[in-house]
Ligand binder design. Structure first.
Ligand code: GDD
Ligand code: MG
Length: 362
């Protein structure tokens, strides 16, 4: 079976982190997000993966290449203008076979058992099977109602609170029969959620739900992206369980001063330097090539690659993207800082700030 991963969204709500880094390349515990998605498919024996991209394609292609490193073969399709979720899959039709295939929203981290989902799809002889997950706030997702046999009876995309009848939503993984492609116009902006699923339901096609309460996170916002990193460090998903052996993982060629204090969970990448009396209070991720200066404090934060946090700086509950320099004795609390930013020594960033690229700070 083949899979299409939708990686074309603009990641608008993830800005400023997504301005220069596509959502799928954002490091999650130091590994690009898309790598987890591809490896999971590979584990479920899905070895041919099509990446449907619409912008910022190059960084993804550079990293993933032909996919052989991850045990899969990758094909890329690039939309000139974004075609929407269904339009993007239609655009991959020449690479699909005359059999059922998997579609994944490319911004979901989940432990969903795809093999069990495929088995259910076949047993039910479904046209489409859609994974469902329970959430606290269905209004930002696609609400899905089912009957007592698990057959889907209603789709309601981004309902208002008055319209909410269930906490179960579209979890962004589909198994679909090949002829579903016939209901999508070519080279046209078209969405599954509004343009394909409701009309097929209307026609009486068998569309089934695959509910699951396994780990599930849509990395749509910086807060959720941060929570995903925390959750992995705390072993909430079965895809990152270093914590079972140790609370602190240190990459190759990293230099940790003997008087540094690290209380995990913490993952430190390769070629990092952690200075004298520096404190890392978990959950903390330090990207490769980063330096934490003497007496600096980093707590509950995600630091990307090649970041320099100078002596005595304090970073708490924040995300700092690639190549930033955080000046000595500055305070970064509850902030999201995009790549290549320099914060002047001694400067206190206003809590809650989101710093856009090319913004002078201090
Ligand atoms: N190639 C391509 N082209 N991909 C696209 C396009 C496009 O034009 N538009 C969106 N995508 C990708 C996004 O990158 C993302 O991976 C996925 O399709 C879903 O798009 P989002 O924009 O993230 O949608 P959403 O989160 O508001 O809602 C969707 O996901 C929810 C679950 O997280 C819907 O499917 C909801 O029903 C669902 O509950
Ligand atoms: Mg999304």
């Amino acid at each position: 079976m083949k899979a299409v991963i939708l990686v074309g969204g603009l990641g608008t709500r993830l800005r400023p982190l997504s301005i220069n880094t596509p959502k799928s390349m954002m490091p999650v515990v130091n590994i690009p997000f898309i790598e987890y998605v591809i490896r999971r498919l590979s584990r479920h024996n899905i070895k041919h993966v099509i990446l449907a991209i619409s912008h910022l394609a190059q960084p993804i292609k550079n990293y993933i290449g032909d996919g052989s490193r991850f045990g899969v073969s990758i094909t890329y399709t690039i939309e000139e203008t974004a075609l929407g979720t269904a339009g993007a899959v239609k655009n991959t039709a020449q690479y699909l076979d005359d059999e059922a295939f998997v579609v994944l929203n490319g911004d979901i981290f989940t432990d969903l058992d795809i093999s069990a989902m495929i088995a259910l799809h076949n047993r039910r002889k479904a046209k489409i099977t859609i994974a469902l997950t329970p959430v606290e706030d269905p209004t930002i997702y696609g609400l899905i109602e089912t009957d007592d046999k698990g057959r889907i009876t209603r789709f309601l995309e981004k309902p208002s609170w008055e319209q909410v009848t269930t906490n179960m939503i579209n979890a962004g993984t589909y198994i679909m029969e090949a002829d579903v492609l016939n209901s999508i116009p070519a080279q046209t902006m078209f969405s599954f959620e509004k343009g394909v699923f409701p009309p097929l339901l209307q026609k009486g096609e068998p569309i089934y739900a695959f509910p699951s309460s396994c780990y599930w996170m849509d990395i749509g916002t910086p807060e959720k992206y941060h929570q995903l990193n925390r959750d992995l460090l705390n072993a909430k998903s079965n895809q990152f369980n270093f914590i079972k052996n140790t609370h602190v993982s240190i990459g190759e060629d990293s230099n940790i001063h003997t008087a540094a204090e690290i209380t995990g969970p913490a993952v430190i990448g390769n070629n990092c330097t952690i200075g004298e009396r520096a404190k890392l209070n978990g959950a903390v991720v330090i990207g490769s090539g980063s330096t934490i200066g003497d007496s600096a404090i980093v707590e509950d934060s995600v630091i990307w690659h090649n970041v320099k946090i100078e002596q005595g700086a304090i970073v708490k509950r924040s995300i700092i993207a690639d190549n930033c320099r955080i000046g000595a004795e500055s305070n970064i609390i509850d902030a999201v800082i995009s790549d290549n930013i320099t914060v002047t020594a001694g400067y206190n960033i206003k809590p809650g700030s989101k710093i856009w690229p090319d913004t002078p700070v201090g």
